[in-house]
Every structure is written in C-alpha cells, then in structure tokens.
Design a protein. Structure first.
Length: 170
C-alpha cells in the first residue's frame, strides 16, 4: 500500500482551521479580560496611572461595598492624585500607590497637579441608592467585545476566501 502525499490544499485548510480555532480561543480570553469590571477585591477599586493617564479614570463605587480606591503609578515619573475640591490628595512616586476611602456619596473629580491634563472622576453611590448588582468599578466604556467580534469576523471571512480561491488538485 502506497501513501499519497497530502495536497497543499488540505495542509493549508488544516492550518487555517487551526488558526481559526486559536483565534476563537484568544478572542474569548481577551473578551473576558477586557469586558470584566476592574475591581481588584471586595472593598477596593483600582485606577492605574500609566502613559500619563488615569486608566479606568472614571469609576463608580458604592459606600460599604468598594468605596476604597487605590491609584497605582506605573509611569517612570511622579504624579499626584488631587481632588478638584481639595478633600483628598497625595503624591504617587513611580511604583507607589495612593489610597483613599470615600465615605460620602457624590461626584469627585480629580487630577494630577503636576500634569494638569490628567483628569479622572469617582462617582460614589450610597449603598441604599445603588443597584444590588453594582459591586465593582464601572465597565469600560469602549466596546471591546464589539471590536473583538468584528476582528473575529474578519479572520473568518479571510480564511473562507483563502480556502475558496485555492486551486483544486485533479
């Protein structure tokens, strides 16, 4: 019994199916990370300072649930977390954190007093006025899941068109 070599078309089709499978797994993992809320633990919410920006800079917390906010500086320069109304603030050197616990409901704007273009806000809800499902930071406003679906659709369409245009072995 002689074996025939696998045609280029079959090998390419298998490779594209493998690429599709890996893409779907990567999309599922990335979506879970990007769409899930950013709270690090019960009782705390987090904001990362990176690339001269407060990432997750506009967050919502609930008194008694996650009303302690920790800002972590991942930049190589010192920043500050300074409330617009003067109720809290502190310097945050590279690699350091600043933590503040909110005890009053309201809207609190903040900024970096060194780099004044850096701004963020914390919306603090009273436990009785909040929805029972709101227990962590607000979900990022950018539609990561929609972007992932569009990218996955593009990969699928490209794979289909590539396989379809291949010459058939006779």
């Amino acid at each position: 019994m002689t074996s025939r070599p696998i045609s280029l078309r079959v090998r390419t089709k298998v490779n594209l199916q493998l690429l599709l499978f890996v893409s779907i797994l990567a999309f599922a993992g990335l979506s879970a990370l990007l769409v899930s809320p950013a709270a690090s633990a019960q009782g705390t919410a987090s904001v990362t300072i990176k690339n001269f920006s407060f990432n997750s800079g506009s967050i919502t917390v609930v008194i008694g649930v996650n009303n302690t906010v920790t800002w972590t500086n991942q930049d190589a320069v010192t920043h500050t977390v300074t409330s617009d109304n003067g109720s809290f603030g502190g310097s945050v050197p590279p690699g350091a954190t600043f933590t503040h616990t909110f005890t009053t409901a309201g809207f609190f704007g903040y900024h970096c007093s060194i780099h004044t273009f850096m701004k963020g806000s914390v919306k603090v809800l009273d436990e009785s006025s909040s929805s029972s499902s709101l227990t962590t930071d607000s979900v990022p406003e950018f539609p990561f899941a929609a972007v992932g679906v569009v990218l996955l659709t593009g990969v699928l369409l490209f794979s289909y068109l590539t396989v379809r245009k291949m010459p058939r072995n006779k």
